[in-house]
Design a protein around this ligand. Structure first.
Ligand SMILES: [Zn+2]
Ligand SMILES: [Zn+2]
Length: 407
């Protein structure tokens, strides 16, 4: 402060300062009525500019004021990194995220993460019988039979069925030692798949698991940010549908950000545009290295408002590419044309787990297969079990989708 003052004094001794010029002009102007009017208008215009800059939100600034938008922009540059993604087969054991193939034709999420000494599972879709495929993968990658953290994003079958395994009770919660469960704070579900989930979760709790809702985890300072290793953490983000009624289950999704040094990995379950709007407003989201495509690449998720903020480098989509499970309309089958249009400005690195080869007979094959994204704290590597072909270079894409030319 002191040096700033002295330097401005120095310059004022040589040339008239701005304030002097303004004072002179005002003095001159205030001698005439026209001048007084001009000064009054000037003052009002200045006040208006200050109000607009600091207080008025604009839709073209993602609903932020100019001030918030400029500050947010600055924040993001500190997270920016220009490291190339490696596809050379390297796997970094410190931090590994696996998007699992689920052993059937149905779309669903199950993501197994190794972070430091922690084994973490986000969701256990797509159907009861996916439990076997998930368990096979865990057994091959987890030596102590313990999942330190389990996240259940929302009460839909394609995310929670494998936790119970149905009436055979051979699901994840029956098979492994469970450390901490973070689950959806709200649901309107009365489906059997949900009551089976509750029974399985209660079994895990009876065996010693701790269970919190996303809202409880967020509100507890010891749980909101969990340290997983050196410079490695898991953060439960906030979004308003943890506490308010949503129009469907998807917007109740638990949202979690993993960070390793300056690298970020975002998981939003099946959150749709209303939930994404809240997520953007309530958190200072960084640019991310990896974004799990919300709602399997649906047209109702991965909104422009979210993409503009997170600007992902890699996008992994857990779906059965081109299946007609939810719609016969080609462009809205996962991954949808709208999703591709909104991701394309940021990255071509879109990966998809499986592909439907025969909708009539519910047959599927690996697309990329199980997708492994790993990070050594500096570099990011993608290695897929089937192949590393990015979505836009696949035969399916060429026959069913177009890459936007404006991207
Ligand atoms: Zn889903
Ligand atoms: Zn869902």
């Amino acid at each position: 402060m002191a040096t700033k003052k002295s330097s401005s004094k120095k310059s004022s001794s040589k040339t008239p300062s701005v304030s002097k010029v303004v004072k002179k002009t005002v003095k001159k102007a205030s001698k005439t009525t026209g001048g007084i009017i001009a000064i009054t208008i000037g003052v009002f215009v200045l006040i208006a500019i200050v109000i607009v800059y600091f207080l008025v939100p604009f839709s073209f600034l993602d609903g932020k004021t100019f001030n918030e938008y400029m500050n947010k922009k600055e924040d993001h540059t500190s997270h920016h990194h220009a490291d190339p993604i490696s596809f050379n087969g390297d796997v970094y054991d410190d931090f590994k995220i696996n998007f699992l193939e689920l052993g059937n034709w149905y779309t669903g999420d199950s993501i197994f993460i190794k972070a430091g000494d922690n084994d973490i599972l986000i969701d256990a879709g797509s159907r009861y019988n996916s439990a076997q495929a998930i368990e096979d993968f865990i057994d091959a990658n987890c030596t102590d039979n313990k999942l330190e953290y389990v996240i259940a994003t929302h009460a839909h079958e394609d995310h929670i069925a494998g936790f119970s395994g149905g009436s055979s009770k051979n699901g994840i919660f029956y098979k492994y030692d469970i450390g901490t469960i973070i689950e959806f704070a709200k649901t309107d579900s009365t489906a059997a798949v949900y009551t089976n989930y509750v029974e399985a979760r209660n079994y895990a709790v009876s065996k010693g698991a701790k269970c919190y809702t996303a809202l409880q985890a967020y509100n507890d300072t010891t749980l909101r940010e969990i340290t997983l290793g050196t410079d490695m953490k898991m953060t439960t983000l906030y979004q308003k549908y943890y506490e308010t009624k949503a129009s469907g289950e998807n917007d109740y999704s638990v949202c979690t950000l993993f960070s390793y040094k300056e690298h970020h990995f975002l998981f939003t379950g099946d959150l749709e545009s209303a939930g994404e709007k809240s997520l953007v407003e309530k958190n200072n989201l960084p640019k991310v290295d990896l974004y799990k495509a919300g709602h399997h690449g649906s047209k109702t998720s991965s909104s422009k408002a979210l993409m503009q903020v997170i600007q992902p480098d890699v996008v992994c989509c857990c779906c059965c590419c081109g299946s007609d499970e939810y719609t016969k309309e080609n462009k809205n089958q996962f991954p949808t044309q709208d999703f591709i249009n909104r991701v394309a400005p940021y990255t071509e690195n879109i990966f998809v787990t499986t592909i439907s080869t025969d909708n009539a007979n519910k047959k599927y094959a690996s697309m990329n297969g199980t997708i492994c994204v790993s990070c050594d704290g500096t570099k990011i590597s993608v290695v897929c079990s089937n192949n590393n072909t990015i979505l836009k270079d696949t035969e399916w894409f060429k026959a069913n989708r177009t890459w936007p030319t404006t991207a």
